[in-house]
Ligand binder design. Structure first.
Ligand code: NIG
Ligand code: FE
Length: 413
């Protein structure tokens, strides 16, 4: 049976011939239809246009009531599978400790790893499922989820199995990333290369043998993994078909962008520290610069120079970084608002960054990220709005009316 959406004030992000991403001045362009309709069949978009649709006898009709329709968000960087929470550490931060100081004394990622180690796979799934349901209700249709709170083979595999199960048991389209190289466990502090060896020789083969990951990530930054260690791990992952998507330049000019691009990364993420050299390297690549303004907001750190990247002709994706330490929120409407308020991006640039470019950053651009015939019908129906820019502008107040994922209307929370 067809589902026909009618009375759409504006149908946003329509494409006749789908592109894989948009860069530079193209990011300001959003094609849209006025007074539109859209047809969904078998979970796919099969038609759309302006004016009145020709309805068939069995059609289910959904009146959008003058709201806008846009692609569901593609959140290309999250760590939403984790155990417990870390709000106590945030108190230490308020009292003056930095993220790096908290990490050095065994807090931060290592704190989450200890909690996760003591949590069964079933319990980890039960703790993570509400977060998956919550992001669906806030408009996310496709999400990338990382491991990285296991830091040993058993617990990394446990996380990745939970990630796979979230993809199987929710309406989310899930891409999975192995991030064994997220931090050095305490026992390896004096010999970090031994941990790199464990990642390369034990974890990667174990992950690959169960086909648990699409991507491989390394936290390449000051105090975490060096450029050489990152290269070693990414090259080992490549041997098993794992494509890099890495954390780079959050804390310093780490060389992470360069090594990521050299290893063919799909995306390099964070990028609070970006200079001419990083831009030059990115310009020659097909790597998506991905910015995570929620982490800058939560940690009170500098924001990535989005304008500099876009004005240099580069694409930019925005993602939530949903995790217990640096960004405990998967709210992509808030990410869009930070895009306009802190990154000085224009509303249409932000829309491209959370849909099509986010889709590219996680390798789902052929099926998600825009409104095109043949793409998955994962869509947001907004409340009536004066213009699209109202959505990021009205920060803190959701403009989402209904969510459709894979052609099905999602229940409200
Ligand atoms: O993307 N930067 C590294 N990893 C996460 C934070 C992880 C944590 O603190 O738990 C991030 O910010
Ligand atoms: Fe992250």
């Amino acid at each position: 049976m067809r589902l026909v959406l009618i009375h759409i004030d504006r149908l946003l992000m329509v494409e006749k011939s789908p592109r894989e991403m948009v860069a530079g001045t193209e990011m300001e362009q959003v094609d849209s239809l006025k007074a539109a309709w859209l047809v969904i069949e078998d979970g796919l978009i099969t038609g759309f246009g302006e004016g009145e649709p020709t309805l068939q006898k069995d059609d289910e009709v959904l009146d959008c009531g003058g709201g806008m329709v846009m692609p569901a968000f593609c959140d290309s960087h999250t760590h939403l599978v984790y155990a417990g929470s870390r709000e106590k550490e945030y108190e230490d931060k308020i009292r003056g400790m930095s993220y790096e100081e908290i990490a050095r004394r065994g807090g931060g990622i290592l704190n989450s790893a200890a909690l996760l180690s003591a949590t069964s796979e079933q319990e980890l799934f039960e703790q993570s499922l509400p977060r998956a349901i919550e992001i669906i209700a806030s408009g996310t249709g496709a999400v990338e989820i990382k491991s990285g709170y296991g830091l040993n083979t058993r617990d990394e595999v446990k996380m990745l199995r939970v990630i796979r199960r979230l993809g199987e048991e929710t309406a989310l389209t899930v891409k999975s990333t192995f991030l064994g190289a997220h931090a050095f466990p305490g026992a390896y502090k004096s010999n970090p290369d031994r941990y790199v060896k464990l990642v390369v020789e034990e974890m990667i083969p174990a992950v690959a043998s169960e086909q648990l990951a699409d991507y491989i990530d390394v936290f390449c930054d000051r105090g975490f993994f060096t450029v050489e260690q990152t290269r070693t791990i990414l090259e080992a992952g490549a041997g098993y078909g794992l494509v890099p998507k890495i954390h780079a330049n959050e804390l310093d000019f780490s060389g992470g962008v360069q090594v990521g691009v050299a290893c063919g990364a799909r995306s390099v993420d964070h990028l609070e520290f970006v200079g001419e050299e990083e831009i030059r390297v990115l310009k020659k690549s097909r790597t998506m610069p991905t910015l995570l303004p929620g982490a800058s907001l939560f940690l009170g750190m500098s924001y990535a120079p989005a304008r500099k990247l876009i004005d240099a002709g580069l694409p930019v994706a925005l993602a939530s970084d949903y995790n217990p330490g640096s960004s405990p929120s998967g709210n992509m409407e808030l990410v869009m608002s930070l895009g306009i308020m802190q990154l000085r991006m224009l509303p249409h640039e932000v829309l491209n960054a959370v849909t099509l470019n986010g889709a590219y950053a996680m390798g789902v651009e052929k099926t998600h990220g825009s409104v095109a015939v043949g793409k998955t019908a994962s869509l947001i129906i907004t409340k009536p709005m004066p213009s699209f820019g109202f959505m990021p502008y009205a920060y803190g107040t959701s403009q989402i009316g209904k969510i459709i994922l894979n052609g099905k209307i999602m229940p409200a929370l």
